[in-house]
Design a protein around this ligand. Structure first.
Ligand SMILES: [Fe+2]
Ligand SMILES: [Fe+2]
Length: 306
């Protein structure tokens, strides 16, 4: 692997993480309730406004259904991130104290995020008034992802961590229309994910340091296989969200409206969960250091997910 051009350290990631203190109960519950008169997702991720055959009310409902899926899908990915981190930390518990503590802190934060997303989902289900179907169960998705090479999984996680950064900074932070509670969820998640992205970068580098060029190239292939698996899941979630919208509104969409809906929302899901991470400059720079040609390969594929 080529020399590292960042200054991430376990010690600094741990110190930054220890300064952030929030509890799930500080963010949701009691009188802190979702406001269903407002959108939950930024338009750049939801992409509902271009669906001109939907009324304003229906577009807001779809935005909220996409918000519900966001809660579930983050729960899904964090359910494979958590065991992966514990497995990564476990063999070196006697090593660098900062490394051990940084990874355990990272794992503990992901467990808290799983809890946070679940709590938001409970509130959503109670107040939205109907159940929205979702992919899963998360344990089965986790099993399929974790069956791949650790470097492939670590790359997927790295992409997700940088993706979370771009969601908040590029789309959420300055959006004044969003429900303040949903925005607070995304903000608090982002605060801790900033350290995760750095720790994941160190994790990818330490895994790759013990691998040959050929092994790394194979792991990049497996990273793409996991991406294709997740893409199929997202497509299924897009179908479920459509069913939820039809159920919630009682609307009948024509064949051409359905085609348009699916094209727009398939890409919206791809961009939200895959493209916005694949194109993140820090993810691409890790890929470039990892393996000759890996960055170019991903850059060629990325437009299909944007
Ligand atoms: Fe998280
Ligand atoms: Fe994370």
């Amino acid at each position: 692997m080529k020399p590292i051009n960042h200054n991430f350290t376990y010690k600094e990631a741990l110190a930054a993480s220890e300064k952030i203190r929030w509890r799930v109960e500080d963010i949701i519950g009691g009188d802190k309730r979702l406001d269903f008169t407002r959108p939950f997702m930024p338009e750049s991720l939801a992409r509902v406004n271009g669906l001109s055959f939907l009324t304003e009310h229906e577009r807001r409902l779809l935005n909220q259904i996409r918000g519900h899926a966001y809660l579930v899908l983050f729960g899904v990915v964090e359910e494979f991130i958590l065991p992966f981190l514990i497995d990564h930390a476990r063999p070196q518990l006697q090593g660098d104290d900062y490394r051990v503590r940084a990874f355990l802190q990272f794992a503990s934060e992901e467990a808290k995020h799983i809890h946070l997303f679940k709590r938001f989902r409970q509130e959503f289900v109670r107040d939205f008034g109907m159940r929205c179907e979702v992919i899963g169960p998360p344990e089965e998705i986790a099993r399929a992802v974790l069956a791949h090479h650790p470097l492939a999984v670590a790359l997927v996680i790295l992409q997700i961590e940088w993706m979370t950064q771009s969601h908040y900074l590029d789309s959420v932070k300055d959006d004044q229309q969003l429900d303040p509670l949903f925005k607070s969820l995304l903000k608090h998640h982002w605060m801790e994910e900033a350290q995760h992205a750095k720790l994941d970068t160190l994790m990818v580098e330490s895994l790759a340091a013990q691998m040959s060029e050929e092994e790394i190239a194979r792991a990049v292939d497996e990273y793409l296989e996991i991406g294709a698996f997740l893409d199929a899941g997202l497509n299924q979630q897009m179908e479920f969200d459509l069913e939820s919208l039809i159920h919630a509104t009682g609307r009948n969409l024509s064949a051409s409206e359905l085609d348009e809906y699916k094209d727009v929302q398939r890409q919206a899901n791809r961009w939200t969960y895959l493209g916005s991470g694949m194109t993140h400059p820090n993810f691409l720079s890790t890929l470039a250091r990892l393996n000759a040609g890996a960055r170019e390969r991903i850059e060629q594929i990325a437009p299909a997910f944007c």
